[in-house]
Design a protein around this ligand. Structure first.
Ligand SMILES: [Mg+2]
Length: 265
């Protein structure tokens, strides 16, 4: 089911709420996936839509796997809440805030970085308290997975880190119960949200969607989860999405509709 089909049901209920938030992933959600992730940028129209939506919403937050400094520089809108590293760091008054138990894992991250050797067309993203290895540009994605997935899993085990995989990316991070779901829950509490839309496209977004679903079931906050459809979309998002957007351009269409609907209500 696409989001257009829940305009008169779930989204209509959401619009009756008084303190609504929008929480979005960045890559593959607000920004089309590109071969070179350094070139990723907001899809046309999204910056202005986010700017306008801020006027009608209690909260507009971006929650990404990118380092928070990278994320905020790419979006460049003041007033938005930026959370990076899948919830591990946050930008507060221009300062990067990271819990001390997260920073303690920097030496383990460095040890693994020193132990791995990457093939051509694999790129390393050192995000300080986590790191990611991207292989979208490699010719044979399956061969990379077959070789590197067990290797990184064993290095993660050896150094007490958590290993995970996303869309053409491997990630290692501290084994802490901090993720996009805990980030979403803390935003709901901090901003007193009684309604929220979450939009995401990848495996770590499932944590946020699961939490959003729980908050709705507990009648704490009425949530609507939108998953961005793609060939690479992990199956788990089917379990938690209330509706789908047909790619990033349809996310832009949703934001435009949402702005109109909020302006009219
Ligand atoms: Mg994404």
């Amino acid at each position: 089911m696409y989001w257009q089909e829940i305009r008169s049901t779930g989204l209509k209920t959401l619009l009756t709420k008084s303190s609504i938030g929008l929480i979005c992933d960045f890559d593959g959600t607000l920004s089309p996936i590109v071969q070179d992730r350094e070139r990723a940028q907001l899809a046309p129209g999204n910056r202005e839509l986010l700017r306008q939506l801020q006027k009608h919403l209690r909260l507009v937050a971006l929650v990404s796997g990118r380092a928070v400094a990278d994320l905020s520089a790419r979006v460049g809108l003041p007033g938005l809440i930026y959370i990076g590293n899948h919830g591990l760091e946050r930008l507060v008054d221009g300062q990067i805030v990271c819990p001390p138990e997260v920073a303690a894992y920097r030496s383990a991250i460095k040890a693994v970085l020193n132990a791995i050797h990457l093939e051509k067309q694999m790129t390393l993203e050192d995000k300080n308290v986590t790191f990611a290895i991207h292989y979208r540009q490699a010719a044979d994605h399956e061969a990379i997975q077959t070789t590197y997935s067990p290797l990184l899993q064993s290095l993660a085990d050896e150094h007490g880190l958590h290993f995970s995989q996303g869309r053409r990316v491997f990630e290692l991070r501290p084994p802490l119960e901090i993720n996009k779901g805990t980030a979403l829950a803390s935003l709901v509490t901090q901003y007193g949200l009684d309604g929220l839309v979450f939009i995401g496209d990848d495996i770590t977004d499932a944590d946020a969607m699961r939490t959003a679903r729980q908050l709705r079931e507990q009648q704490t906050c009425y949530s609507v989860n939108l998953a961005v459809e793609s060939e690479e979309m992990p199956a788990i998002l089917h379990d938690y999405a209330d509706a789908f957007a047909a790619g990033t351009s349809d996310v832009t269409a949703f934001l435009a509709w949402f702005l109109d609907a909020l302006s009219a209500s």
